[in-house]
Write a protein that binds this ligand. Structure first.
Ligand SMILES: Nc1ncnc2c1ncn2[C@@H]1O[C@H](COP(=O)(O)OP(=O)(O)O)[C@@H](O)[C@H]1O
Ligand SMILES: [Mg+2]
Length: 555
């Protein structure tokens, strides 16, 4: 047991260095959970843990108030009472790159991105809302594996396109779609590509899936070992909930991937964990919850100093297996009767305990699960400032560190250029491809034409040859016949010898020629007859050639 409670003043609670704790804090909104989380962070930090705050639920940089001193009377009174010194912390604020960053000056954030090449099954599963073992995930993983060091989202999608279209027919016919990363998508290409591309569309605006060699990559070696400051991750300027949550998951993945760099124990903080791993989830949340749960359990079981602090307004809303990974649970006042009822039932609390969950005698006090026999434990406050409802982090920051206010206009322009460069590269590629396909088509058409011409020429030639051959044959036949006429006694063999023909051919020629002559003669006779008839017919002079009075000659 590394959390010790003592009811005497000044020794409220302490956390142990050697044991891993996953601490769950449950209480209604406004009860003081964040104050509690902040003082636990302070404790862990004092023990040399690196504090990593993975989310910023209200986009208000709430945990960033650790950089400022407390000002509220209730807060200062409390610190005085427990004899805790006022103490501020260094906080490094991290934000993923997005074109949505304002042009005006804001507090200095560390703008970062994730490497597309590094994304794993969990992350792709969340982005594409597909089960981990699906074809889509295989496609995505394969494409990210083959991505070059300096290739980004365009190359990534076009890599997938090549895989998908490579196996389809008629690829040159497909037109690139400028609205979808210039991809060639038709109903006949895999539905997967279209879906994947549309899931990646928001990353055009929130441009933080970057090439491996991007200078915006997080330096985990530095982050994990710099225990002099808190690392606070916010997604204030990312609007899409799915993308916000994707960042949290990706950060968890990166921590797991880089944990070996950590020479110090780390403490992970997730506020309102019910949003990430809700008890009932739909759509992409299912993939997110699964992945977060898995990663938390990996960290939980790592066997080296990884602790966690998690809070939630509602106990019921946090996914069961996540709750069961918590090693310490603190319950303050809960808002809903249903929550109190279910929790009491699960922990076999009697009436007096349920009543406490409804109303605590002392403000900021919590029941510690397993120590219900003792009085509820009163949480202590952080030595640094807290985000009071009327405070604004930006105003506070500007007041304290005017010189550290910064504009990201330049960075945005630089990223815009990078984005356009990538887009142009792809456009160039498409132009080249289309030109090539056009040239190929023209070439094929030309080839076809040439082939047709050649065929024509050839058939003309062969006709001429045939005609020539026919003529020669006719002449030979004539010659054979003439010789036979001149010397009827001459044998076919002798005639053949003279003309270089064999006697059968001579015989055939003679017969054929005779046949032709006979046919000719017959025709001549017919013509003669007709001529005769015509010449003997008298046409009357005065009468019109064609008319009623025209008489056909008799005969
Ligand atoms: N003991 C107290 N005395 C006076 N005000 C308090 C006390 N505890 C908490 N508060 C007020 O309640 C607010 C809510 O605290 P917070 O930790 O943000 O709650 P939660 O995270 O549970 O919503 C604080 O900002 C503070 O103004
Ligand atoms: Mg809170």
């Amino acid at each position: 047991m590394s959390i010790k409670i003592a009811n005497e003043i000044n020794t409220y609670l302490s956390v142990g260095k050697d044991e891993q704790e996953f601490i769950g804090i449950f209480a209604k909104s406004g009860y003081g959970k964040s104050l509690f989380v902040e003082s636990l962070m302070e404790e862990y930090s004092r023990l040399g843990f690196k504090i990593i705050i993975l989310n910023d639920v209200k986009d208000s940089i709430e945990m960033g108030f650790a950089m400022f001193k407390p000002r509220k009377k209730y807060h200062l009174d409390h610190l005085r009472k427990i004899g805790k010194p006022i103490e501020t912390k260094k906080v490094k604020i991290f934000h993923p790159f997005t074109f949505n960053l304002p042009n005006s000056k804001i507090p200095d954030f560390n703008i970062y991105g994730f490497s597309l090449k590094n994304l794993n099954r969990n992350e792709w599963s969340l982005i594409s809302e597909s089960p981990q073992e699906s074809e889509t995930i295989r496609l995505l993983l394969n494409a990210s594996n083959h991505l070059g060091k300096s290739e980004g989202i365009y190359s990534f999608l076009h890599g997938i396109e090549e895989t998908v279209i490579g196996i389809k027919k008629g690829k040159s016919e497909l037109k690139a779609n400028p609205k979808l990363f210039h991809l060639r998508i038709t109903p006949s290409t895999a539905k997967g590509l279209q879906e994947v591309a549309s899931y990646l569309l928001p990353f055009q605006r929130d441009y933080f899936l970057l090439p491996e060699d991007s200078e915006l990559q997080l330096d985990w070696k530095e982050i994990l070992n710099d225990t002099s400051s808190y690392a606070l991750f916010t997604t204030k300027y990312i609007k899409d909930d799915k993308l916000k949550q994707f960042c949290i998951l990706s950060l968890l993945e990166e921590i797991v991937r880089n944990i070996d760099y950590a020479k110090k124990p780390i403490c992970i903080v997730i506020n309102e964990i019910r949003f990430l791993t809700p008890e009932r989830c739909r759509g992409f949340q299912e993939f997110l919850a699964n992945a977060i749960r898995k990663r938390l359990s990996v960290l939980r079981n790592m066997g080296r100093g990884v602790s966690g602090i998690f809070d939630s307004q509602v106990w019921l809303d946090v996914e069961q297996s996540v709750k069961s990974s918590f090693t310490k649970n603190f319950f303050g006042e809960l808002a809903s009767a249903n929550d109190i009822e279910k929790l009491s039932k699960a922990l076999k609390y009697r009436r007096d305990m349920s009543d406490k969950l409804k109303h605590m005698d002392v403000r900021n006090s919590y029941i510690l699960q397993g120590y219900e026999d003792e009085d509820p434990f009163v949480c202590w406050f952080p030595g640094h400032g807290h985000n009071e409802p009327e405070f604004s982090f930006y105003d506070e920051f500007k007041k304290h560190f005017p010189e550290r206010m910064k504009s990201y206009k330049g960075l945005k322009e630089k990223m815009k250029k990078k984005f356009s460069e990538e887009e142009n590269k792809v456009k160039e590629k498409i132009k080249r491809r289309e030109r090539k396909s056009r040239e190929e088509k023209e070439r094929l058409a030309k080839e076809k034409e040439e082939r047709a011409d050649k065929n024509n020429e050839q058939s003309e030639k062969s006709e001429q040859i045939n005609q020539l051959k026919g003529k020669l044959k006719e002449e030979k036949m004539k010659r054979v016949w003439e010789i036979k006429q001149e010397n009827p006694k001459l044998s076919n063999r002798k005639i053949g010898l003279e003309l270089g023909l064999n006697h059968v051919t001579v015989k055939n020629y003679l017969e054929k020629y005779q046949e032709n002559l006979d046919k000719e003669k017959e025709g001549e006779e017919k013509v003669d007859f007709e001529d005769k008839v015509l010449s003997e017919t008298k046409v009357p002079d005065e009468k019109p050639l064609l008319g009623e009075d025209f008489e056909l000659p008799e005969g």
